[in-house]
Write a protein that binds this ligand. Structure first.
Ligand code: SF4
Length: 276
């Protein structure tokens, strides 16, 4: 069986940058998990003493705090700044951008629409920068029967699909006089999605590697599953089952933006061993 990696996969620019910042910082806390990958979080803790704090009150005044790639809620950032702790900002610049847009556009009186998952930390952070109450939606149905006013500015969670964002935009353009559209979908996600789509059309089994709570890995999985029925989402090589590969000719492999290379290589190695 041939094992083929997608043309683009795995760590994106923002995650690489955050990990480098964490490794250089050493002996620090991250407020919330730095990235959505448990194995990498454990490695940072063991090798660099970078520990995850889940609540602000777990942190002492003298602690150094790394802000994660997804960013945090504005008033929590202000609380941290006022507390005198050293803050090391690893927020991805592609996440800082929608935060800035939402702040600026809401100050200019635009109703803010955020396309994304309200419960996701990135969206919570972006939403917190609005000076009026933004609307967070996952689909067009959530916009229907809502009074949007004369002018709307719309951004997307970085990991959403362009096609789905377009549906929101089309609805807004049809129903609101002035619509400002900011395509805040991250290219890294887009490139990984395109490559996964292409590979899963050829493969007869697909393995998607990434955190079970990683939004962009779940997106990748949904794309490949629509092309290849035998698709599996795993976090670690131990989850691989030999029967997945029986009689298969081409195994496609891809990985979410927060999956480190060493895990990807371990998975490929294990597939190679169990498929011979
Ligand atoms: S997926 Fe994009 S937005 Fe998210 S951390 Fe990576 S580069 Fe930044």
């Amino acid at each position: 069986m041939e094992i083929r990696l997608a043309e683009n996969y795995g760590f994106c620019f923002g995650v690489k940058r955050a990990i480098e910042i964490a490794e250089e910082s050493k002996n620090a806390f991250t407020y919330g998990p730095l990235i959505h990958n448990r194995e990498e979080i454990n490695r940072l803790q063991e090798n660099f003493n970078v520990t995850t704090a889940h609540e602000l009150d777990e942190l002492k005044k003298t602690d150094r705090v790394i802000i994660r790639t997804h960013g945090i809620v504005k008033n929590e950032l202000e609380t941290l700044q006022k507390s005198g702790k050293e803050i090391i900002d690893a927020t991805c610049p592609f996440v800082t951008k929608p935060q800035e847009i939402v702040e600026e556009m809401s100050k200019e009186g635009y109703k803010i629409v955020i396309f994304g998952d309200e419960k996701h930390p990135e969206v919570k952070g972006v939403k917190s920068y609005a000076v009026n109450e933004p609307l967070v939606v996952m689909d067009v149905a959530e916009l229907e029967n809502v009074y949007l006013g004369p002018k709307v500015a719309v951004v997307s969670q970085t990991t959403r699909k362009v096609k789905e964002f377009m549906k929101i935009i089309n609805y807004l353009v049809e129903n609101v006089k002035e619509v400002r559209v900011f395509n805040t979908i991250c290219n890294a996600t887009f490139e990984n999605q395109e490559a996964a789509d292409k590979l899963s059309k050829e493969a007869d089994v697909m393995v998607v590697i990434g955190g079970k709570n990683s939004s962009n890995t779940k997106q990748l999985f949904s794309i490949v599953k629509s092309n290849c029925a035998d698709s599996y989402h795993i976090e670690v090589p131990e989850e691989l089952q030999p029967e997945w590969f029986t009689g298969k000719k081409l195994c496609g492999v891809t990985a979410g933006a927060s999956t480190p290379d060493w895990i990807i290589q371990n998975v490929i190695e294990k597939i190679r061993n169990i498929s011979v």
